[in-house]
Write a protein that binds this ligand. Structure first.
Ligand code: TRP
Ligand code: SF4
Length: 411
């Protein structure tokens, strides 16, 4: 078998980690479900997914009302389970139970220029938006770097996030590059490579060296990808040894921290009841586990095209938030019924909303069913989070060992 034949597919390679987190500041709503959670659920069967409750992140904005956080940590995990996250397929954990996140944050902070954080677009935006809170804090400025630590500590390759968080993943990439540049070249790099090659076995090592030579002479990317996969598949090597060998192959030295990619959620976005972004603080949200009567009332009260004052006035779906819901919830036939009926005043707005009410309730039913056992047995939720946290902690500890060693803190 040649090195290049062993290229892993992204779907079977268990090495590729996905990491994402959510802040526990309230009941999750249908905007979260359609904008993020549905995607998380899909990814859990494809890659090695780690999802966490970002309670420290919530504190950056809620340090004065932390009871909101306390109330929502496990409730949010129930929302996740309701959406279909399966603790047998992914790892669910709680940030504040893994203080290694804070340790990496501190170490990254030493070499991170202030300007990097001041220039993150969410910094000024959020300060503007959340005027009732004093966000001129050190914690709030630093929170994208805490996010970088969250990601880098799991050496995650993919970070599913919305558009608004893309700049944080970019900062994460810069932080990783800077760290690797500052601390990535070990004094005994060559000796360590030799030890790992020996572990691989003589034949494998020989093929690896041959392929490396070819890559360095010709820049042949197929042999590069092949070799990276070949190394990844060697289970007798630790994650850190694999990193080093891959760096050796590329000629870059060991990269201690891995640059992640943002996995931007495809735009199946569901706006709020009034057409603005769905958010609990705008009072335009439907919670994932909201009671049925309340869902019905909220949808019936949704504003429609302002031009349709009387039932006989024709309307324009493009100017109506109900239409945005039809785009997410209705099939083509129903959408055509809306479009024609609205423009010709053939249907009333309440008629138009009925299929939405039904679709939302239909979507919600299996979520309620999945949530119920956990609502009845809160301890099950805690057990899931405990087990996930133990698993995540092992990975975090392995990275931190490498990080401390790379900086020279292993004395
Ligand atoms: N900052 C994210 C948000 O506000 C939450 C978050 C914290 C996160 N750490 C993360 C998301 C790491 C992805 C990866 O939604
Ligand atoms: Fe909106 Fe439907 Fe009324 Fe048209 S008929 S204005 S799309 S609710």
């Amino acid at each position: 078998m040649s090195v290049s034949e062993n290229k892993p597919s992204p779907h079977t390679n268990t090495q590729e980690r996905v990491l994402s987190g959510m802040r526990p500041t309230g009941a999750l709503h249908l905007g979260h479900y359609h904008g993020a959670l549905k995607n998380w659920v899909r990814l859990q069967s494809e890659l090695n997914c780690f999802y966490f409750v970002a309670d420290w992140h919530a504190l950056t904005t809620h340090y004065e009302n932390r009871e909101v956080i306390e109330k929502n940590v496990y409730e949010m995990v129930i929302d996740w389970l309701a959406a279909g996250l399966d603790p047998n397929q992914c790892t669910l954990f709680l940030q504040s139970r893994i203080p290694e996140h804070a340790e990496l944050f501190t170490l990254l902070a030493m070499g991170t220029p202030l300007g990097w954080l001041e220039r993150v677009p969410t910094y000024k935006d959020q300060q503007e938006k959340l005027k009732d809170k004093d966000l001129s804090t050190y914690g709030f400025l630093g929170y994208p770097l805490l996010q970088a630590a969250d990601i880098l500590i799991y050496r995650a390759k993919h970070v599913p996030v919305g558009e608004d968080q893309a700049s944080h993943v970019e900062l994460t990439r810069e932080a990783a590059r800077r760290f690797n540049h500052l601390y990535g070249r070990e004094a005994d790099f060559a000796e360590r490579v030799a030890v790992s090659l020996e572990k691989m076995g003589k034949d494998a090592a020989k093929r690896f060296e041959k392929s490396r030579k070819k890559f360095q002479e010709t820049g042949d990317t197929a042999s590069l990808e092949g070799a990276l996969g070949f190394v990844a598949a060697h289970s007798e090597l630790s994650a850190s040894e694999k990193e080093r060998l891959q760096g050796y192959f590329k000629g870059t030295g060991k990269s201690i921290l891995v640059e992640p990619q943002a996995l931007l959620t495809e735009a199946s976005r569901l706006p709020g009841l009034d057409g603005a972004k769905m958010s609990k603080s705008y009072n335009n949200a439907i919670a994932m586990r909201e009671d049925k009567a309340s869902i019905e009332i909220k949808i019936k009260r949704m504003p429609t095209d302002p031009a349709r004052v009387k039932r006989t006035d024709a309307g324009d779906p493009e100017r109506c938030p109900v239409w945005q819901f039809h785009k997410v919830y209705s099939d083509v036939a129903t959408q055509e019924w809306v479009s024609t009926g609205c423009r010709s005043a053939g249907i009333g707005c309440l008629d138009c909303k009925q299929p939405i009410i039904e679709a939302v309730l239909r979507e919600q039913q299996p979520m309620l069913e999945r949530a119920q056992p956990f609502v009845d047995n809160p301890k099950w939720v805690r057990d899931i989070v405990d087990a996930g946290t133990d698993k995540a902690r092992q990975v975090a500890r392995e990275t931190m060992r490498d990080v401390r060693e790379a900086i020279g803190l292993a004395y």
